[in-house]
Design a protein around this ligand. Structure first.
Ligand code: NAD
Ligand code: GLY
Length: 361
């Protein structure tokens, strides 16, 4: 079992990583006898994991209710979030309740946002079930829902009270979703950790076959990197923005293609290639590093070009709505080498579009 401590003063919390945690009531121990909880999950996960987690909670004498939401990025909305509030109110949950997010990043982001608003804030636990949510979205307290005009545009910073990562559940994850999670994994290597990037080059096949030892190391390393960044910059005033490598372009793809058509990790993967190509055009990144990034992303089963039906120009309005835009100025995260990246502003838009064109069909 691996334990990582997210150090944020009063908002600190543990991340526990192991196989078989869902069957272990102690994994949920911040909850204690007499507590009330609401399990939030979706229609795909409920039949697989709801009963086992409810059994563990019942062993702790937790009074547990559940709400099962529709599955998909297109349901990460304010109106679906309202269903969570309705369920909480119908079952008379008060300020001492705890929401438990059982699912991938969609359930985690939506449940965290609901927890931050319900009766002005109640506790919540992240129980991430996708690789993407285990290495990224369950840690760090970014919560959100989408708007038709922009991804994750409505949300809060609100930390969970713990993160419970059971590696076993990756065995039921579809291969396409596993690849999607690998985009965020590769991101960590590119932005700050060249040794981890090399480890990924050497161990990618083990990750693709969900080898437990490789997976445990990978998830732990990603959580360690993210935890360190979060502890320095919880609300993204600076260095945390590096975690958005590829996301500015990726969010444009997700919105333009319709939520759920390109998976988040697929859009981020194409976005990482675009960011690398932009860095190359501006003389910041050498050709060899661009090639290594492209090769690893392709080996992970991820796209290295944008969607066929998106023109390079169509990205720009989305880029300009990005949350990193400051005083109307676009800010992009660009790699400067494998294991190094920086926030760049003042870049010529024509060059940015040309770099995107290099990554289109
Ligand atoms: P997701 O939550 O949609 O889950 C992917 C699919 O896999 C769903 O169909 C889900 O039902 C299914 N699934 C989940 N776990 C499973 C399992 N163990 N077995 C079988 N099926 C399973 O997608 P995701 O990739 O986990 O998350 C993407 C979301 O995360 C996006 O909305 C993105 O914006 C968000 N995100 C947030 C942060 C953050 O910091 N908060 C970071 C990265 C991404
Ligand atoms: N996934 C980006 C962040 O947490 O900041």
């Amino acid at each position: 079992m691996q334990k990582i401590h997210v150090s944020l003063g009063k908002r600190s919390y543990p991340i526990t990583i192991a196989s078989g945690l869902f069957q272990d009531p102690t994994a949920f121990l911040p909850l204690k006898m007499g507590n009330k909880a609401m399990l939030v999950t979706n229609q795909t996960l409920a039949p697989i994991y709801l009963d086992v987690i409810k059994d563990s909670l019942k062993q702790l004498k937790i009074e547990v209710d559940q709400i099962i939401l529709p599955d998909g990025e297109q349901y990460k909305t304010l109106s679906v979030m309202e269903q969570v509030f309705t369920a909480l109110l119908k079952k008379s949950h008060g300020r001492d309740t705890t929401l438990i997010a059982l699912g991938g990043g969609v359930i985690g982001d939506l449940t965290g946002f609901a927890a931050s608003c319900y009766q002005r804030g109640v506790r919540f636990i992240q129980v991430p079930t996708t690789l993407l949510s285990q290495v990224d979205s369950s840690v760090g307290g970014k919560t959100a829902v989408n708007h038709l005009l922009g991804k994750n545009m409505i949300g809060t910073f609100y930390q969970p009270m713990s993160v419970v990562i059971d590696i076993n559940c990756l065995k039921t994850l579809p291969a396409r979703e596993l690849s999607s999670g690998l985009a965020e994994v590769i991101k960590y290597g590119i932005i700050v950790d060249s040794a981890f990037f090399i480890w990924l080059e050497e161990h990618l096949d083990e990750l693709l076959s969900v080898d437990a030892n490789a997976m445990e190391y990978c998830i732990r390393r990603c959580c360690e990197i993210k935890t360190k960044i979060i502890s320095l910059d919880e609300t993204e005033q600076g260095i945390r923005a590096l975690l958005n490598l590829g996301h500015t372009y990726g969010h444009a793809i997700e919105v333009e293609m319709g939520y759920g058509n390109w998976l988040h990790g697929e859009a981020v993967a194409a976005g990482i290639i675009m960011a690398s190509q932009t860095a190359y055009r501006f003389g910041q990144l050498n050709n060899q590093d661009v090639s290594r990034i492209k090769k690893l992303i392709a080996r992970a089963g991820l796209p290295v070009t944008g969607p066929k039906n998106m023109t390079p120009e169509s990205y720009l309005p989305h880029l300009m709505r990005d949350k990193k835009v400051l005083s109307g100025e676009l800010r992009l995260i660009l790699p400067t080498a494998i294991g190094q990246s920086e926030i760049r502003m003042g870049l010529d838009h024509k060059q940015i579009i040309s770099a995107i064109a290099d990554c289109c069909y």
